[in-house]
Design a protein around this ligand. Structure first.
Ligand SMILES: Cc1ncc(COP(=O)(O)O)c(C=O)c1O
Length: 363
């Protein structure tokens, strides 16, 4: 029943999901595993859903090699709510935190945190339109900071933190919304990892939070119940009704990545796709990547022609060929091809073939 009408969607999120996951969910949509109801309808307290969420957590733990002393939470509110939950829970001693701003999402997180404590910006690449990851060392971090915050992959600007920052004993918090499950990560190096689901994980509506246990339980009494990690941890992500369907689809995606060989295999496939695209761009006379080579993202490939009208034509001509959402973020323009885990290699090959033709016709 494979649908041949599907486009290649290069959106930064929500973005493509593996077709076999969608088809599996479709086959079970009205009657999940013979239980006579869909996952959308069943009680989150039911035996069936209990199995779904337990397996999703176990598979994610397995994939990312998450140690016992970390909690895995499936929350709501997107990456954006974490911009507030992180400071509300982690500003626990000095009420100081140090932020690295390498893009708009990191800047939003920094601005939100400033409402809650003594927040310092220790590195930023904003002056250069976030075309690289700003450098910082352990010496830049205040020794009594409660945590250090970074955004690991900058969705809008197409940069990725390719070097793990050394923060010593100070917990490192990372927004991995647009790169989670695309590489092997040593979770023990982080205090908190969070990610909105709608790029590499599943449908929008679910946010993954991976948090070291000793960082839970420090929120002030004034922090709203729902924003306290302790409440969600104690209730196994079921303090209230969780985003059941999104968790179910995420669980299918986790199983699929495990079947294909885990994060090492996923990463190899992602590297292959990104290298194809970057090596074409690097030799092109029309398209340029504005991003520092050493900081390039595997997930979001940003490129420009230098002519705004030509960029617009590229995006609309590509759409007519079944390649949609190639426009850059509204704040930067140009083009951006988001080639997350679920983008097939054929999608990238088709894009490159189209870019070649466009270059020949428009140079
Ligand atoms: C890196 C990053 N962090 C946070 C967000 C905000 O996520 P949400 O829309 O889930 O709140 C986004 C959205 O694209 C993002 O790319």
């Amino acid at each position: 029943m494979t649908n041949t009408n599907r486009v290649f969607n290069f959106s930064a999120g929500p973005s493509m999901l593996p077709l076999d996951v969608i088809e599996d969910a479709a086959a079970n949509l009205a009657d999940y595993n013979g239980c006579g109801q869909s996952v959308m309808e069943m009680s989150h307290r039911s035996k069936e859903f209990g199995k779904i969420i337990e397996e999703a957590e176990a598979d994610l733990r397995d994939l990312m090699n998450i140690p016992e002393n970390y909690k895995v939470l499936f929350l709501q509110g997107g990456g954006t709510l974490q911009f507030a939950m992180v400071p509300l829970n982690l500003l626990r001693a000095s009420k100081k935190a140090d932020y690295v701003v390498a893009g708009s999402w990191g800047k939003k997180a920094y601005q939100e945190a400033c409402k809650f404590g003594d927040i310092r910006l220790i590195a930023s690449s904003e002056e250069d339109t976030f075309t690289y990851i700003p450098k910082f060392t352990k010496e830049d971090i205040r020794p009594d900071a409660d945590y250090v915050y970074v955004c690991y992959n900058n969705t809008i600007y197409g940069t990725h933190m390719n070097e793990l920052p050394d923060t010593g004993d100070i917990p490192l918090v990372a927004d991995m919304s647009s790169c989670i499950l695309s590489e092997e990560i040593d979770v023990t190096k982080f205090g908190v990892i969070f990610a909105g689901a709608q790029k590499n994980v599943g449908p929008a509506g679910m946010t993954i939070v991976i948090i070291r246990e000793d960082l839970i339980g420090h929120a002030d009494a004034t922090v709203p119940t729902y924003l306290d990690y302790k409440v969600h941890a104690k209730n196994d992500s079921m303090y209230n009704t969780p985003p059941c369907f999104a968790i179910y689809i995420a669980g299918l995606v986790f199983k699929r990545i495990k079947e294909m060989g885990g994060l090492a295999a996923m990463h190899a496939a992602d590297v292959e796709k990104a290298e194809l695209l970057y090596s074409y761009i690097d030799q092109s006379k029309l398209f340029k990547s504005p991003v520092a080579k050493e900081d390039r993202s595997l997930m979001n490939v940003v490129f420009v022609t230098g002519d705004t009208d030509l960029d617009k034509k590229f995006v609309s001509d590509a759409k007519a060929e079944g390649m949609i959402n190639l426009n850059g973020h509204r704040s930067v323009g140009g083009m951006r091809a988001s080639i997350y885990n679920a983008m097939p290699k054929e999608g990238v090959e088709k894009l490159i073939a189209f870019m070649k033709k466009f270059e020949e016709e428009n140079l």
